[in-house]
Design a protein around this ligand. Structure first.
Ligand code: GLV
Ligand code: MN
Ligand code: MN
Length: 434
């Protein structure tokens, strides 16, 4: 184990810095939202690096980019790693990016030392993990896992009115690579924790055992535009006032069910958006998370009931639509144990945990054996320009990834003990029945 090469931290950091320069923000963060001009430039840079590292580069119809380093075996059962290069509007320079560029660093390190693995190793950049502009997120990995039809994905409308399919073509990343051409025997994603647990426990590596369930909703409230000066308060169908009441009462109700739930209203639209018109139409997004599917189902009913009841009181029509569902995920136990023992033998203090954030790995777990590795995030900050991880931790995580990937790439199918993952995911928008 110790004879294995180590990654080059200076090179990894320089690569992260160069990527952070594309869409750089004033305070050190990054804005490289999916399928924008900045995303195109980031993708172009990644493709250049991968070609320079001797990889074959392929793009599928969802815009996912696969860089493949050949192995000594002729079959196509590769070991896949990677994450996403797109960011939040005020994003950091590591969320997703670290996993993609550490995957590239693994390949560069194997090249430096002339290591030939049995299986090929592929690094992937999934399209639109964040869902900041084009909702829902996890678009590329959902498509790859067979949970999202291409035709449906291509019709996704961005917050600025553009369509996923058109934008993919515009930036030149609507490819034809077939999923059948790449049959991963395993997928391992390295990521920053994005929460405070590792730092609080003074550990360097987290072996991620699972991910809490995530559901996204869009709530629409339809009242009527009226003059702000002449319309008595009692005669209004004010969509924003209904929105404010509904959002507050949802939060209260959800917390009463379980204080450990996560409930976020992250986007609000009020129309026509004029100071002297009572707004006739408002909408808002909900991001809801918890470990238990049963509890998420229960909360979903409560959300629908609150919207309906307050809508009637405020005289506005309400519609609530579920736009994404990622069930709680359990990762592959044997890869989890492999990572535990690799972290141990590398001398990295580690712990097991569940992820509060969702990841492309959630989708991949449906089609292949999947696990994740986390490194600490300073103060647990993420989706913020201050996102930061100590260089030693970046190095440790990339070295654990290197060892995990090479170990999987040299194991036989029998050792891998392949089992089919459950078919439990649906990404399709669904209106909630009352
Ligand atoms: C990922 O960005 C998430 O929303 O958890
Ligand atoms: Mn991420
Ligand atoms: Mn993110």
């Amino acid at each position: 184990m110790n004879s294995l090469p180590k990654i080059n931290l200076d090179r990894l950091q320089a690569t992260i810095d160069t990527m952070a320069g594309i869409g750089a923000k004033e305070n050190g963060g990054c804005c490289r939202i999916s399928l924008t001009d900045e995303d195109k430039l980031g993708r172009d840079q990644f493709v250049t690096w991968c070609r320079e590292a001797g990889c074959g580069v392929h793009v599928d119809a969802f815009g996912n980019i696969f860089a493949i380093r050949a192995g000594s075996r002729p079959d196509n059962a590769v070991v896949l790693t990677g994450s996403h290069l797109d960011t939040q509007p005020n994003g950091g320079r590591l969320d997703g990016i670290y996993g993609v560029l550490a995957g590239l660093e693994v390949i560069r390190t194997l090249n430096d030392h002339g290591v030939r693995t049995e299986r090929a190793i592929a690094v992937v950049n999934w399209t639109n993990e964040e869902g900041a502009r084009l909702s829902p997120g996890l678009t590329g990995s959902s498509g790859y896992a067979g949970d999202l039809d291409l035709s449906l994905a291509r019709r996704i409308v961005a917050s600025d009115g553009a369509r996923f399919g058109d934008e993919l073509e515009r930036i030149g990343y609507a490819g034809t690579f077939s999923r059948r051409a790449l049959d991963p025997i395993a997928y391992v994603e390295l990521h920053i924790e994005q929460g405070p647990v590792l730092e609080q426990h003074e550990r360097t590596i987290s072996v991620v055992e699972g991910v809490q369930g995530v559901r996204w909703y869009e709530v629409e409230l339809r009242g009527s535009d009226r003059h702000a000066g002449t319309t008595p308060m009692a005669d209004r169908q004010d969509s924003f006032m209904a929105l404010a009441r509904i959002a507050q009462s949802m939060r209260q109700a959800v917390l009463a069910i379980d204080p450990d739930v996560r409930f976020t209203v992250g986007r609000v639209s009020v129309q026509p958006g004029s100071p002297n018109t009572v707004p006739g139409f408002s909408s808002f997004s909900i991001d809801l998370r918890h470990q238990s599917t049963g509890l998420l189902n229960r909360i979903e009913n409560v959300l629908a009931a609150k919207a309906h009841a307050i809508g009637i009181e405020e005289g506005v029509e309400t519609a609530i639509c579920r736009t994404m569902i990622v069930p709680p995920i359990e990762f592959d136990k044997s890869i989890v144990e492999t990572v535990v023992s690799i972290a141990q033998s590398a001398g990295c203090p580690s712990m097991r945990m569940n992820s509060g954030a969702m990841h492309d790995a959630c989708r991949l777990s449906k089609v292949t054996r999947t696990a994740m590795i986390f490194v600490p995030s300073r103060l647990g900050i993420s989706h913020h320009e201050d996102e930061w991880t100590a260089p030693d931790d970046l190095e440790a995580g990339a070295n654990v990834l290197l060892r995990t990937i090479t170990s999987l790439a040299d194991q036989t199918e029998r050792q891998l003990n392949v089992v089919a993952a459950e078919d439990v995911i649906s990404a399709h928008p669904r209106s909630l029945e009352r």
